[in-house]
Design a protein around this ligand. Structure first.
Ligand SMILES: O=C1O[C@H](COP(=O)(O)O)[C@@H](O)[C@H](O)[C@H]1O
Length: 230
């Protein structure tokens, strides 16, 4: 595995340590380039980190944030990743320029081209990408059982509409090349089940079987896995 595994005693320590690193990266980007950009995960695991990050003294008006993926749902849906971000980081730091993935089109397939156009005008590379991982090895919404996965693991588009028979809601996800178009990428996971998946991902096998391998194996972007037991 090229990405080191950083083990923390608990989720709170993990969250504070990652918030420290994110604060330093954003502060440096603002000082060096006048602005900073990051892409953030949905799901349940990242909330302590997003809350911790919101308490940091960053010049938030100079920060642009988007999501690594979202469920194709209106932003007030409780299952929307944008709703989670609004309830955590954006509640504490409303000056952030938030660029949602959901754009109101009836399906992610219908919204994909407009979303790709929006993403293409964002800064490249991101200063930081944080992604979660599911127990099937998916990162962002790169699900192993999504029929269109191959086109999201490779290819020029920054985002893809994806549907997984095992996941609720159709999705819009950053593609693997866009996720890796970052100065730093961190996979944020907790629990024994995900640690076991991570160990399986270190074995030989295709990226399409466990998409997290696409982050662990690459050498383009400095990567790490942050894990705590709970
Ligand atoms: O559906 C999703 O799941 C993954 C993992 O979520 P978690 O609740 O197990 O942490 C998440 O990283 C992704 O952004 C989300 O859309």
């Amino acid at each position: 595995m090229t990405a080191p595994l950083c083990v923390f005693p608990d989720a709170a320590t993990l969250a504070e340590t990652l918030a420290d690193e994110a604060e330093a990266l954003l502060t440096d980007a603002i000082a060096t380039r006048g602005g900073a950009s990051l892409a953030l995960p949905g799901g349940r695991t990242p909330s302590p980190f997003l809350i911790a990050l919101g308490k940091r003294a960053v010049e938030w008006a100079k920060v642009t944030a988007t999501l690594v993926d979202d469920r194709w749902l209106p932003p007030d849906s409780p299952d929307s990743n944008a709703a989670t971000l609004r309830a955590t980081l954006l509640a504490a730091a409303p000056a952030i320029r938030f660029v949602p993935l959901f754009n109101g089109a009836p399906t992610p397939e219908a919204g994909e081209a407009a979303c790709a156009a929006t993403l293409r005008v964002l800064a490249s590379p991101f200063d930081l990408v944080v992604t979660g991982m599911g127990e099937d090895g998916h990162v962002a919404s790169l699900f192993p059982d999504a029929p269109d996965l191959a086109s999201a693991l490779d290819g020029p588009s920054p985002c893809r509409a994806l549907r997984s028979p095992s996941a609720p809601h159709p999705r819009l996800s950053l593609t693997l090349p866009r996720l890796l178009d970052s100065r730093r990428i961190v996979v944020l996971i907790t629990g024994a089940a995900k640690r076991a998946v991570l160990e399986r991902a270190q074995e030989d096998g295709p990226v399409a079987e466990l998409p997290v391998r696409g982050i662990l194996r690459q050498t383009r972007t400095p990567a790490a896995v942050f894990w705590s037991p709970a």
